[in-house]
Write a protein of this length. Structure first.
Length: 754
């Protein structure tokens, strides 16, 4: 007789939802803050994510063993949540110590400092799932159902945490305020658990005695299989983020939206699999898991193939072009226009940051979410060890995640590209469709096709996928909109980015991850460079942060006074893609130019050089991680690297008041132009002779545009009054980067010359 099933206590489900919510607040905030000290390059980001995930994995392993031996599971869970809240509060002062170790120490000590910072909170986060599963299954014989509901609640909470942190908390509360919110949630949960715990420890239900149904032979394969599934899952996620990022640019909201959709899919899948299995009591968990891996590979392949071949169709092409040509995702134009002037494009650009994630990720993410409770049930050796089985399963999945992230991001993408990587992963998933029938874990099994038919169908689908799958950069070409025709297209994918460059003689237009980064000829870039160079006493030592298409560096060469120009560029892939182009090669091959591939902030943190002028227009203020180069702390760092009377030029601005206000908080002398600013510790004085020389080196029509731009200025008391109400960007308060709050609260009013 089958025992009656008991749902997990509503309090525990609610608490676990809130726990997942808080954990993702920490993850989003900590990962964003750690880039201040470790940089935003591919290796740095991979290192941060890997250390974070390893902590979760080892925490889950530890949690499983601790839970099985605990006589007071409610007290244990309350203690973990309470310690996590304390760790969250302690992370704020610990960040200062981490800053020194990361910026000044060698790589080994830097990694050790990162591990020391993350190990305690991530271990505690990892412990929660096996501890709660053990707590619930002590009085509930329905292991898959309990795990599915708990995993659903926790992951749904995590999706909500990622979404609200990225879209609301950082803008309204800052990164530090977001962490305080997470810590408050964890401490409140600890109190709630203690108050609601049973008076006596709950003993293991009689219905939980006995052996699980999984055959011992297949149980031994469970951990290697979940390792492989974790490897593929993180590999897919990395490629999804890169592909979706080309369409929605490097938006600060892209990470939150992609992560939220992915977690939502995982949550829905974990909930759906319980309903599926409960309605088919004789279904084999092992066979179903294998089938899900096949479906993951098949759906990913079909999604990419479908998008590529439909991208030329009028509807899909229009959606692609609208996303690609927009600079902000989400765009808030719909709120800024007067009533009656809205268009379907405005509505679409408000939501496309989610729509593309749903198109590429939702279905396979649901299948991944459905897989975890099944493989955990297969790994369960006997009743009473549910928490241990979940913890160990999760641990091996995380190990697969870490290795998959390292190999995908650092090896596969630069070696074979996104398209072949997806094809390789998809083919691996299809191999599960060739697996022989596995022993049932219940009284019956899934209906099966005859083996010959099944093998023939899988092989036919695999061969067709190989034949029609895009490769050689064709997928990214389909996503880009050519800026001019005719043109030659150069596509290169590396660890750090996808770079697509259009060239026609002297005309060059460059895109990094779908966002425009430099073009030639360019009066706009020349204007900001000329203005800075013409107001520098002697521009002998020049630092350029962000190469673009080389226009700003070329402007520094035009003075004839630059003895050395140091160019710090984050993307080595960009330089490799541009070097064969003759107009760019002339700049790169000049002996006065020294190229450094590094994060601009990290370079200055580790350097003791001083410069006569610093020229920076590496990215827009609304781009992810832009605040690392637009905060009061960074401007102070740049000021320490300026020679007496040196000039800092900050370009790529949107004409708002936030950056000028932030510069005024650091420098006594600031001059604002339409889309860039100059700042110095001394009065900004024009060298007219040098400006005339620079203007004489360009075509007459370009010179006219440059004169018009640099003739429109705002400084002194007028600039102070115009920016008085604007907030200041700080490392922990990235106001202009997370632009939704500033725009919707009308805190980013455009400046007007006076």
């Amino acid at each position: 007789m089958q025992p009656s099933l008991v749902r997990p206590p509503p309090l525990i489900v609610t608490v676990f939802f809130a726990s997942g919510f808080a954990s993702l607040i920490y993850q989003v905030a900590w990962q964003r803050l750690l880039t201040l000290y470790y940089g935003v390059g591919a290796v740095s980001i991979t290192l941060i994510v890997s250390v974070y995930m390893l902590g979760l994995g080892f925490g889950s392993l530890l949690g499983g063993h601790v839970a099985r031996r605990s006589r007071h599971p409610y007290a244990l869970y309350a203690a973990i949540q309470g310690m996590l809240g304390v760790a969250g509060l302690a992370s704020l002062p610990c960040m200062a110590a981490l800053a020194g170790a990361a910026s000044m120490a060698g790589p080994v000590l830097s990694v050790a400092a990162l591990f020391a910072f993350l190990c305690v909170p991530t271990l505690l986060m990892g412990m929660t799932l096996p501890v709660v599963v053990d707590l619930v299954t002590r009085h509930n014989p329905d292991f898959v159902g309990s795990l599915g509901r708990l995993y659903f609640a926790n992951t749904l909470g995590a999706a909500g945490g990622a979404l609200l942190t990225g879209f609301a908390f950082v803008s309204l509360l800052g990164l530090d305020g977001s962490i305080y919110v997470a810590a408050f949630i964890d401490l409140s949960l600890a109190v709630a658990i203690l108050l609601a715990r049973p008076a006596r420890s709950t003993e293991l239900a009689q219905a939980n005695s006995g052996q699980a149904g999984a055959p011992a032979g297949f149980r031994r394969l469970a951990y290697p299989l979940v390792f492989c599934a974790g490897f593929l899952a993180i590999g897919y996620e990395i490629v999804w983020y890169r592909v979706i990022g080309v369409l929605v640019k490097d938006s600060p909201y892209a990470f939150a939206s992609v992560l939220a959709v992915y977690l939502l899919g995982v949550a829905l899948g974990s909930r759906a699999i319980h309903r599926y299995m409960s309605r088919r009591p004789g279904t084999s968990a092992s066979q179903t898991w294998v089938g899900l891996q096949f479906l993951i590979g098949a759906t990913v392949l079909l999604t990419f193939i479908g998008y590529y071949y439909l991208s030329g169709a009028p509807g899909i092409r229009s959606l692609t072009q609208w996303s690609f040509l927009a600079e902000e995702h989400p765009s808030v134009n719909i709120f800024l226009r007067r009533p009656g002037l809205h268009s379907i494009t405005d509505v679409y650009l408000l939501t496309d940051v989610f729509l593309w994630s749903l198109v590429f990720m939702l279905v396979p993410a649901m299948l991944m979410g459905a897989s975890f409770p099944l493989i955990a049930s297969v790994a369960l050796s006997r009743r009473g060890r549910e928490g241990e089985a979940v913890g160990t399963t999760y641990f091996f999945g995380v190990l697969g995640n870490v290795l998959g992230g390292l190999i995908t991001g650092l090896v596969l993408l630069p070696a074979i590209g996104s398209e072949v990587t997806v094809l390789l992963f998809g083919m691996t998933g299809l191999l599960f469709g060739l697996a022989p029938p596995l022993p049932a874990t219940g009284t019956g099994d899934l209906p099966r096709f005859p083996p010959r038919w099944r093998v023939a169908a899988v092989l036919a689908f695999a061969l067709l996928s190989v034949a029609v799958f895009p490769r050689g950069g064709a997928l990214y070409r389909a996503m880009h909109v050519p800026p001019f025709l005719p043109s030659r297209v150069h596509v290169r994918e590396g660890r750090d980015a996808v770079v697509v460059t259009y060239e026609d003689g002297e005309r060059v237009r460059n895109f990094i991850n779908g966002q425009g980064h430099g073009y030639r000829p360019s009066p706009a870039f020349l204007a900001e460079a000329f203005a800075a160079l013409a107001h520098t006493a002697v521009p002998g030592r020049v630092l350029v942060i962000g190469f673009g298409a080389g226009t700003i560096t070329e402007a520094a060469l035009m003075t004839g006074e630059a003895a050395r120009i140091t160019v710090v560029e984050l993307s080595g892939t960009l330089i490799a893609n541009l070097r064969p182009l003759p107009p760019v090669a002339r700049v790169l091959d000049d002996p006065r130019v020294r190229m450094v591939i590094d994060d601009g902030r990290r370079y200055l943190q580790r350097s003791d050089e001083t410069f006569d002028v610093i020229l920076m227009d590496p990215l827009r203020t609304t781009t992810a991680y832009s605040n690392n180069l637009h905060s009061e702390e960074f401007f102070a760092l740049a000021g320490r690297h300026l020679a007496p009377g040196g000039v800092l030029m900050v370009g790529g601005l949107d004409g708002g008041a936030i950056i000028p206000r932030t510069l005024l908080a650091t420098f006594p002398h600031v001059r604002a132009y339409p889309y860039f600013c100059l700042a110095s510790t001394r009065p900004i004085v024009l060298n007219q002779a040098r400006l005339d020389t620079l203007l004489g080196a360009v075509a007459e029509n370009e010179g006219g545009i440059i004169r018009a731009v640099i003739g429109e200025t705002l400084e002194g008391e007028a600039l102070a009054r115009a920016t008085a109400d604007a907030p200041v960007n700080r490392d922990w308060r990235p106001v202009s980067e997370y632009y939704l709050g500033a725009l919707l609260m009308e805190r980013a009013r455009p400046l007007a010359p006076r």
